[in-house]
Design a protein around this ligand. Structure first.
Ligand SMILES: Nc1nc2c(ncn2[C@@H]2O[C@H](COP(=O)(O)OP(=O)(O)OP(=O)(O)O)[C@@H](O)[C@H]2O)c(=O)[nH]1
Ligand SMILES: [Mg+2]
Length: 289
């Protein structure tokens, strides 16, 4: 049996979280078209006859952005690099190799583990920088896999390439476990994804979601009651003006966020969900991430 940790690293928006979800076959990590969506290192556990791969989705490296947040996120990436067995570096061939790429390459330069370059988004009709990344792959990586995380093309090939690179070993997690996230953390992420979709300007960098409780009410067929989760959550923002933006006129925005999140949670949890959502000002939210 093989086992080990494979870090998924790359600049913001290249599709690292989309790839994690595609590798595991379920939605563990949230995805948006905004940079700095992922904020914590999320383990996606893949167990098969060959062994176990723990993929670690990390925050995207972004130059600029919110100063405090960016620094904290880079620290997370550096933490995730410790004790790793394989590096999966994700690149986007629609964007040129820039200072962010050079910075990440410098972070992994000294690593002695196998390095796989994933060139993602091959479904995109225009990939002007494809040859640049292919050249980078030949120069600095052990192998290169071109794939589409969103369409699932060649994702299996990546799994095989990672297994080939892993050492022999025992699994780290029970083989039915899919992630290191608690149910509360995962639900908070789903809500944050919906809030990000609804928010513009600097709001994405001024917001955090906390789930305070999840009560699981088992089904009661005799009384005709289905299984139900009662979830209480808060969206924390750093200033009153953000609170106003998230609530919207007559509560329109927060209602929309709650309703879209509830529907998605019901689908994934295969249960009724009652979601109680509030917006609260807390200028110290960044401490909780
Ligand atoms: N066309 C295309 N788009 C993709 C693909 N994979 C991801 N995307 C899109 O790229 C955007 C960013 O995806 P994410 O998975 O959130 O990217 P990320 O690298 O995790 O971003 P951060 O967490 O902010 O670092 C989203 O709009 C995705 O839908 C792909 O294979 N093809
Ligand atoms: Mg992400």
């Amino acid at each position: 049996m093989k086992s080990g940790f494979a870090i998924i690293i790359g600049r913001s928006n290249v599709g690292k979280s989309t790839l994690l979800n595609s590798l595991i076959g379920t939605k563990l990590s949230i995805v948006t078209n905004k940079p700095q969506t992922t904020r914590k290192n999320i383990h996606g556990i893949l167990s098969s006859d060959e062994g176990q791969i723990v993929f670690v989705d990390t925050p995207g490296v972004l130059k600029g952005g919110h100063a405090g947040l960016s620094g904290q996120l880079i620290d997370r990436v550096k933490e995730a690099l410790h004790g790793i067995d394989v590096i999966v570096y994700v690149a986007d061939p629609t964007r040129s190799i820039g200072s962010e790429e050079r910075y990440i390459l410098s972070l992994i330069r000294g690593a002695t583990v196998p390095k796989i370059l994933v060139i993602n988004k091959i479904d995109e009709p225009k990939k002007p920088y494809l040859d640049d990344y292919r050249a980078l792959g030949t120069e600095q990586f052990t192998s290169v896999v071109e794939l589409s995380a969103s369409e699932g093309t060649h994702v299996k090939q990546l799994i095989e390439t990672v297994f080939d690179a892993l050492p022999e070993g025992e699994p780290f997690y029970p083989d039915t476990q899919r992630t290191n996230l608690s149910k509360e953390e995962w639900v908070a992420e789903i809500i944050r994804e919906k809030a990000l979709h609804e928010s513009r300007d600097e709001l994405p960098y001024a917001m955090h979601v906390v789930v305070d409780s999840i009560v699981d009410k088992p089904a009661d067929p005799e009384r005709g009651k289905p299984q139900m989760y009662i979830i209480t959550a808060r969206i924390l923002v750093s200033a009153d003006r953000y609170k106003k933006m998230l609530i919207g006129a007559g509560g329109r925005i927060i209602k929309e966020i709650g309703s879209v999140a509830r529907k998605e949670l019901e689908g994934i949890l295969d249960s009724r969900v009652f979601l109680e959502l509030e917006v609260e000002r807390d200028e110290n939210w960044i401490r909780y991430i």
